[in-house]
Design a protein around this ligand. Structure first.
Ligand SMILES: Cc1cc2nc3c(=O)[nH]c(=O)nc-3n(C[C@H](O)[C@H](O)[C@H](O)COP(=O)(O)OP(=O)(O)OC[C@H]3O[C@@H](n4cnc5c(N)ncnc54)[C@H](O)[C@@H]3O)c2cc1C
Length: 406
């Protein structure tokens, strides 16, 4: 049996791609060594552009029904004060969500199966098969331990940042900025949170967010070089950062109850990979991975799954030559994320803000509309290059200087 596409990895990149291709009538095999529902190392914030895609695909109601609360308010604490506001909507979508990955990924896997994709969970791909220089399929072990070979017109690596598919085809990487941060997170009950809280500090970022079942998830970020030290005494180091930089949040957490162990990662690369070649393509973290400080990964995975589904449809249907369609997918992907990638790497340096940024924050303080637009750069709705252009920063600072003193 020859599939149109074999997709390796069934989480936030692979399952939407499988769903979209199956909805177009293609024969899709979706493989993952994991079984579902299951967690993975990742926090959960989905910005408005990602939520808008869930809505477009008909899946937002399922996320809502999972007892996952929406958030609209964001509190960006810069130290001496906080910028509190509401980021602008995207395609009419004003609310963000942060569902547990075991909830979200299961909804996506089910949607792929419902659309007609064949799922084999517990299936570990061990190698790719080739013919005449092109990838022709995969070999792997199914959940019973049997060795299996499957063939397809294209094999897609949606297998995450450590992509074995990318390694196997030696996909060239570029704009590799190395690893900048590490983080730990956990979940508390009995903690009140009105919206997302972000605390930007030199050497740290702290994020608090609401997730399923009344739990609050809190993440602390350190420079990558501190991972070994932090890992040896996680709770102590975690609370030490909160006590120093967000004492009121620390107090709220102590009044609540930590419900789970800490999880986190010191493997957070920042790089792009060429996402296609003869018989193969990459999507999600396999093709473009960045530090989670800006929480773009899930939203990007959704968007790039849509782009790749469109390109593969063009290629399969003969509307366009496949290589040309996939080259255009790479261009569109990069165009969408390049300035946010630079911004993410800048934030992930955890460096103190340059002086003009301090002046900008001061100027934003009492301007609700501009705070909203600033928060829109965090959610990816307002283009960062536009908002942080010298002209726009100058305009905001000058306008604030003309305001009568309160
Ligand atoms: C600590 C942390 C916090 C984060 N927080 C956020 C956040 O708040 N918001 C956000 O948008 N993004 C966040 N991200 C980023 C986000 O998690 C990723 O961008 C996203 O998970 C990428 O999805 P993916 O489907 O490409 O890969 P993954 O989620 O990594 O899934 C890859 C899948 O491939 C499977 N696989 C791998 N190899 C094989 C194989 N050989 N055979 C079969 N299956 C295989 C794996 O089992 C896995 O299920 C965070 C990341 C980290 C590490």
């Amino acid at each position: 049996m020859m599939y149109d596409a074999i997709i390796v990895g069934a989480r936030v990149a692979g399952s939407p791609l499988a769903m979209l291709l199956a909805r177009k009538g293609y024969r899709v095999l979706l493989l993952d060594q994991a079984t579902f529902p299951s967690d993975t190392i990742s926090t959960h914030h989905i910005h408005q552009p990602g939520v808008a895609r869930l809505r477009r695909w008909g899946l937002l109601e399922k996320v809502r029904a999972s007892n996952c609360p929406p958030t609209t308010e964001m509190r960006f604490d810069v130290g001496p004060f906080a910028l509190v506001g509401t980021p602008p909507p995207f395609e009419g979508q004003a609310e963000a969500y942060a569902p547990r990955r075991r909830v979200l990924d299961a909804i996506l896997v089910d949607a792929a199966v419902e659309a007609g994709a064949e799922l084999r969970a517990g299936f570990a791909v061990t190698e790719l098969t080739h013919s005449g220089g092109a990838v022709t399929g995969v070999r792997g072990r199914d959940r019973n331990g049997s060795n299996v070979t499957e063939r397809a017109r294209i094999v897609v690596g949606a297998d995450g940042a450590r992509s074995a598919v990318a390694d196997s085809v030696q996909a060239p990487s570029y704009l590799d900025r190395g690893m900048l941060t590490c983080n730990y997170y956990s979940y508390w009950s009995g903690v009140r949170l009105d919206g997302v809280e972000l605390y930007a500090r030199e050497g740290h970022l702290i994020v608090a967010d609401k997730t399923n079942d009344g739990l609050v998830m809190v993440t602390v970020v350190w420079p990558k070089a501190e991972f070994g030290r932090v890992r040896s005494n996680i709770e102590f180091e975690f609370m030490r950062v909160l006590d120093e930089h967000a004492p009121a949040l620390a107090e709220r957490l102590r009044a609540g109850r930590r419900e789970e162990r800490f999880a986190g990662s010191g493997f957070l690369p920042n790089l792009f990979r060429k996402p296609y070649g003869a018989g193969w393509a990459l999507v999600g973290d396999a093709g473009y991975v960045k530090d989670p400080v800006t929480a773009q990964g899930i939203t990007n995975s959704f968007s790039h799954a849509e782009m790749l589904a469109e390109a593969l449809d063009e290629g399969f249907s003969g509307r366009r030559e496949m290589t040309e369609a996939l080259a255009s997918y790479e261009l569109k992907r990069n165009e969408e994320v390049l300035s946010m990638f630079e911004h993410t790497c800048q934030l992930a340096s955890l460096a103190p803000p340059p002086p003009e940024m301090g002046r900008l924050f001061e100027a934003l303080r009492d301007d609700e509309a501009e705070i909203g637009r600033f928060l829109g750069t965090v959610t990816g709705v307002v283009p960062v290059q536009q908002f942080f252009s010298p002209e726009n920063i100058g305009r905001i600072i000058n306008a604030a200087a003309l305001m009568p003193a309160a």
